[in-house]
Design a binder for this molecule. Structure first.
Ligand code: PBG
Length: 326
């Protein structure tokens, strides 16, 4: 019988391994952490909507980072929860702000770790929006100034990479210019270039206490129905000097990851966000799915679509699972 026998190369575990097209490497995963200001340094508050994730005091953060590093994690991204919020997000760029202190203390303990910072204002604004507000409008250009100050303060604290997630227009260019003129021309910018106004961020807003007090983020984050617009956003950030382009969320937007991969030669990152994480956790606690297999399958899919780098709350678990397999 002469037909295609695809099963020939699936016959043994060894053959399947040999012909596997997509692999997962812990060095290409980024583990997010939430660090909280104004609490005891050993503070650890479980985030109800994200089982297994915590709001952490400084020492607890160090402990969790150390465990992740021991499992092979080489990059982390930090989110801060300040003690005080105001209408100028002043703790976002304070020299002794929570992120600035966390970065410098982590870099002194883990000099080889890539410490990425999320550059945004929503966690630091009393109204929870990602920009400056006047008459209930989110103003673009006045927000740039605060974002620039925030990125610079992270650079000064020793961050290895800054990652603007606010979706204000022109912020990559603004941040690049400030970094260049202040002596940080070597510092990479990973842009949340294509960030959708997604319901999948729900659990994160609990974790970071950053839900907007009125309205929504639809005037700055993208409409989930749009893919050509994604190319315009990515092109703008490419031209403004982004070093890495991110798509967020990940699994519901694999087509967009693929489009970016095909249209740009820059590294592409994808963020498996809080809602993606919490859904898997919930399904697994109900006994409906096998957590490890589902996680590996989703991460493999995101890689296969074209992501070089994946931000995921499962990063340290994945690193641990891979280590056990070695
Ligand atoms: C800050 C920011 C958000 C996320 C990353 N940076 C929240 C938002 O835009 O509402 C979401 C991450 C996640 O859901 O895991 N703007």
């Amino acid at each position: 019988m002469n037909f295609y026998r695809g099963r020939r190369l699936r016959k043994t575990a060894s053959l399947r391994k040999t012909f596997r097209e997509t692999g997962i490497d812990p060095a290409k995963l980024v583990q997010p952490f939430f660090v909280m200001d104004g609490v005891d340094e050993f503070f650890e508050n479980p985030i109800n909507s994200m089982p297994g994730q915590f709001q952490l005091g400084m020492k607890s953060l160090e402990k969790q980072v150390s465990a992740a590093v021991n499992n092979g994690i080489t990059s982390i991204i930090l989110f801060g929860i300040p003690e005080h919020k105001d209408n100028m997000a002043s703790q976002a760029y304070a020299r002794d702000g929570i992120i600035q202190r966390a970065v410098s203390s982590l870099k002194s303990v883990f000099p080889d770790l890539t410490v990425i910072t999320d550059v945004c204002l929503c966690e630091y604004m009393d109204h929870g929006h990602c920009g400056v507000i006047k008459n209930d409008q989110i103003l673009n250009d006045p927000s740039l100034e605060l974002l620039g100050k925030t990125a610079l303060s992270h650079a000064r604290a020793g961050a290895d990479m800054v990652s603007p997630s606010d979706m204000m227009d022109g912020r990559v260019k603004y941040i690049r210019n400030i970094l260049d003129s202040e002596g940080f021309s070597d510092l990479p910018v990973m842009s949340y270039a294509v960030k959708y106004a997604s319901a999948f961020y729900g659990p994160f807003r609990d974790a970071a206490q950053s839900a907007p007090s009125f309205g929504d983020r639809k005037t700055y984050q993208m409409d989930p129905a749009n893919s050509r617009e994604a190319m315009r956003e990515a092109m703008a950030d490419f031209k403004e000097g982004a070093d890495i382009l991110m798509v967020k969320p990940a699994l519901p937007y694999l087509d967009i990851i693929r489009d970016l991969r095909r249209n740009f030669s820059l590294p592409i990152a994808a963020y498996q966000v809080s809602g993606e994480y919490s859904l898997i956790k919930a399904g697994s606690s109900l006994g409906c799915i096998d957590e490890k297999n589902i996680v590996m399958e989703t991460i493999t899919s995101i890689k296969r679509a074209g992501a070089d780098l994946i931000l995921t709350y499962f990063a340290r678990d994945i690193a641990e699972w891979l280590k056990k397999e070695e």
